[in-house]
Every structure is written in C-alpha cells, then in structure tokens.
Design a protein around this ligand. Structure first.
Ligand code: AVJ
Length: 321
C-alpha cells in the first residue's frame, strides 16, 4: 500500500478511539474535570457495586427492597391483568422478582440494559422462574430506548426504574428521560420510580464513604479502567476518594482528588492535575416528596401514590399517565 493512500491520522480527533476513551479525554479536557458515572460499571466496577449494596452504611438497596416487598401488592392491583412491565437499566433483574411474585397479572417483561451479557443471563433466569411470562429483552441505553417490541399483551404498560438511578441524572436529563418514557409507554400507562430521600448529611456521607473502603475502591477503579482501556498512565495512589454533600443541589458528589501536582497521559494526550484538583465522577441526587412530585409533573406524569419507608428512608413513587 502506498503511503499516499494511508488515511490521514488526525492528531486532535478522538473518532478512532473507543467510546470510553473518548469520554475520558472529553472529561479531562473540561473544567472542572468530570466523567459520567455510567463509566464505573466495567466488570470489576459492577462487582464492587454489588459489594456496596451489602455494606452496613449503604442503606438504599436494602431499604428499597423492604419497601418494595411491602407495597408490591398495591402496585400489582394498580397494574391489573395482562400488564407489560418495562424495566429501565434492568441489570441482573433482581428487584424485579419481588414485583413479579406479587403481580401474577404481569404477562410480559421487557428488560432494557446496555450490558448484553447481563440482559441475557437475567432473561434466562426470569424465564426459568416464571415460565408463563413473555420475556422480551431489549439491548440498549435505557436513556434512549427504542420503541417497544410488537405483539405485546394488551394490558397496562408499566415502567419500572428502581434503585434511585434517576439520582445520577441532572434535573434536565431526568425530566427528559421521564417524558420520553411516558411517550414510549403511552396513554394509561404507569411508572414505578425509586428515589433516595434527603436526610442527615452524616448518614448520606457514610453511605458513600464506607469504613471498609469499598466505595473508595469503586471510585478509584475508574482510573484502573482508564489504564487498561484508554491507554492511560494514572497512578491510583496519587488520588483519593471523596464523598461530599452539596446542600444547594441536594446531591452527594463523588470526586477523585489529586494528592499532588501531576501529569497524566491518556491515549497520547497529556492532562495536568494540580494538587487538590478533582475529577468529579458522580452526582447522586436526593429528593423530598415535593421535589420528586414536581419532577414527575414537569414530565407529564401525575403522582398516584408516594410510599416512604422507615429511616433511613427511600421512596417509591407510583406515577400515572
Ligand atoms: C446505582 C446510582 C443508585 O447513587 O447510590 C453507590 C451508585 N455510587 N455508591 C447511588 C453508587 C456510590 C448508586 N446508584
């Protein structure tokens, strides 16, 4: 092949890089430096998140599971017969079982997840556990889902978005997501939304900065991932995990704070960190009942029921279209 035929290599562009490396370069070029928390979940990060959900300080998963078990008979009644349950970001579909056990009227289940392996494993397990359920997995980004598959049962469409994942979205993204979900599910649909509630900042901070250091490892794993997948040379020991409560924005923020001045290389680009400078890796928004109601209404839903569990409390909100 003649040298002249070789495609010109643009030194600035990142089009030739994987999406994660592109996002990392974009995030490190921004000021302040920031990344979307969706990049936490490589294989190691997903395992670390599973460990987080079992920590004594991390109450959201436990509290939501208990609340869901308590209110699922009421949710089942609202869903009625021949319902279609559509779960956004279904992962291992673990919480779904609590709902399915209480709701024999659900005739079809549509899990949506970006991880095709997680989706397939979950579909196999759910089909085995509920042989009469029509399981129709959809691979893709739950923030931008495709249309529902054809030929679904005729009952109520019910969106399911537990785990307070909506807290990762900024207010405008969250509104757009709920509005798109309403358009996808249609007139007469329902939506079950799980959110974490504002509470004593000490309880919140402990949940995101546990004494065993699992959340720190989860946060720092982003740098290990960068080294493996984005040809970066981060020294993870040159950063430390920080969780802080931003009262104005009602959110927990996670950061990776540089312990000293340093230069990091990512796929041939160099980025400077000053001592104390952070890479902002996650927002986890916390709601009040009024705030989540206003969010849902701004997206065209109305609140039919709002269930608040015991402290440390989370909420499940039943929305109607
Ligand atoms: C999976 C987004 C709900 O915000 O609590 C846990 C992720 N980050 N510990 C959360 C997380 C640090 C979690 N969500």
């Amino acid at each position: 092949r003649l040298a002249e035929d070789a495609p010109a290599r643009r030194s600035q562009g990142t089009d030739d890089l994987e999406p994660f490396a592109q996002a990392l370069i974009e995030g490190l070029s921004a000021s302040p430096k920031a990344m979307s928390p969706k990049w936490f979940y490589d294989a190691a990060g997903s395992r670390l998140f599973e460990d987080i959900t079992r920590l004594p300080e991390y109450y959201p998963t436990r509290q939501e599971a208990a609340l869901l078990a308590e209110v699922s008979p009421r949710l089942a009644e609202a869903m009625g017969e021949d319902a279609v349950l559509v779960e956004f970001g279904s992962g291992a579909s673990e919480k779904t079982e609590v709902l399915l056990d209480a709701a024999p009227g659900v005739a079809a289940y549509v899990p949506i997840d970006i991880s095709e392996t997680a989706l397939e494993e979950a579909a196999v397990r759910i089909r085995t556990l509920y042989p009469r359920l029509d399981v129709r997995p959809m691979a893709g980004d739950f923030l931008h889902p495709a249309a529902l598959p054809e030929g679904l049962p005729s009952g109520c469409r019910v969106g399911f978005f537990p785990g307070s994942t909506i807290g990762n979205l900024d207010p405008e993204e969250a509104r757009a997501f709920l509005k798109d979900a309403r358009a996808m599910l249609g007139e007469g649909s329902l939506f079950i939304l799980g959110v974490d509630l504002v509470k004593d900042p000490a309880v919140l901070i402990a949940a995101y900065d546990d004494s065993a250091g699992v959340t720190a490892a989860f946060n720092l794993n982003l740098l290990e991932r960068a080294n493996v997948e984005a040809d970066a040379d981060f020294d993870p020991s040159a950063f430390h995990h920080q969780a802080l409560w931003n009262a104005d924005e009602a959110r927990i923020e996670m950061h990776l704070r540089a312990r000293r001045d340093q230069v990091v290389e990512v796929s041939g680009r160099r980025f400077k960190f000053r001592e104390g400078e952070t890479l902002h890796t996650e927002n986890s928004r916390k709601f009040t009942p009024d705030r989540v109601t206003a969010l849902a209404e701004s997206a065209g839903w109305r609140v039919r029921d709002l269930y608040v569990g015991p402290e440390p409390s989370v909420a499940l909100v039943l929305l109607g279209a």
